[in-house]
Design a protein around this ligand. Sequence first.
Ligand code: PRT
Length: 107
Amino acid sequence: MGGFSLNDLEKIVAERAMASPDQSWTAKLVAAGQTKAAKKLGEEATETVIAAVAQDRKELVGESADLLYHLLVVLKIADIPLQDVLDELQRRTGQSGLQEKASRQPS
Ligand SMILES: N=c1c2ncn([C@@H]3O[C@H](COP(=O)(O)OP(=O)(O)OP(=O)(O)O)[C@@H](O)[C@H]3O)c2ncn1[C@@H]1O[C@H](COP(=O)(O)O)[C@@H](O)[C@H]1O
């Protein structure tokens, strides 16, 4: 089961976005628009949190997959390539999260 990446899933999402909403959940979400897609993303995030707190490994894997898929749909609707997110993560690799937090203005 190796070799499958988020880049591969991003391509599938882009292809399925053009399918008929009757035949594709991706196309259905894209047709419904960002408010609906983002709401779905929020639901999946909540379900992922619940699985993590419950220490349910199987649920956490499943909900994490739902979460990442729905994030890719939201990025697609926003016309943001996954690469932009990966570039931002790469940019952050030089600095620890704690350093970054300390460098921010106190709120
Ligand atoms: N990875 C996913 C994926 N993960 C979750 N889902 C769908 O997301 C939907 C919402 O998930 P929920 O767990 O909330 O299900 P639900 O409770 O029935 O949702 P509601 O109807 O109540 O809103 C379900 O229909 C899931 O099938 C996904 N749908 C598609 N993909 C990928 O996208 C590809 C194309 O799918 P289609 O666009 O449907 O052709 C698939 O082959 C997969 O690779």
